[in-house]
Design a protein around this ligand. Sequence first.
Ligand code: PRP
Ligand code: URA
Ligand code: MG
Length: 219
Amino acid sequence: MHIHNLSQQNSVLNAFISEIRDISVQKDRMRFRRNIERIGEVLGYEMSKNLNYKPISIETPLGTSSMNVIENEIVLCSILRAGVPLHNGLLNYFDTAENAFISAYRHHEKNSESFEIIVEYLACPNLEGKTLILADPMLATGQSMVSTFEALKPFGIPKEIHLVSVIGAQEGVDYVDRHFDKTTHLWVATVDENLNDKGYIIPGLGDAGDLSYGEKLQH
Ligand SMILES: O=P(O)(O)OC[C@H]1O[C@H](OP(=O)(O)OP(=O)(O)O)[C@H](O)[C@@H]1O
Ligand SMILES: O=c1cc[nH]c(=O)[nH]1
Ligand SMILES: [Mg+2]
């Protein structure tokens, strides 16, 4: 797997990541969502340098200009709920992308800390020969990414796969590295060392879905 950890270089991204982690700033849900969206925009921009381009010519009022534009047919897939603001950020830049949505959540048996990933809702276009971008802000154990990709398999074989995440735990990065093809790219804003025994990234930011949309009742 090609791992692109954007925190290895200082950039404006540092400010957005600091704000989503900061316990006093992250309580502002609108700002939290917008920061995730902004990180999606930056990750999308960096990823775009890795896509394929074709030349087009453009008529201006005074002449003809030529330009290279993206030729990949992009399908942007995000994992509900926390994936939605990241999806919006990526879609801000990939205007013509097709879109897929999938639900994946952790199901805990009563009084148990272990969980399984349940996939219920799935809406997806044909993936055959397309460039699949799989977006989820938190890459903790990596199981949601892998279960999601398993669920997408009946929709066709993508030409290339880009995983996009905001915070990855090293364990999750290693897990997707083991489970995805070696041609897959991972674009991650930053990587933390640890996961706690509930599968939360440490220091991470807490619960990205709750911070974006409010707490939910367990079911
Ligand atoms: O790498 P993993 O260990 O699979 O964990 C990451 C998953 O956890 C979060 O979703 P969550 O289950 O909290 O759902 P939510 O988006 O509805 O809050 C996150 O958005 C990922 O989908
Ligand atoms: O740290 C984590 C791990 C999974 N999901 C989150 O929202 N946060
Ligand atoms: Mg959550």
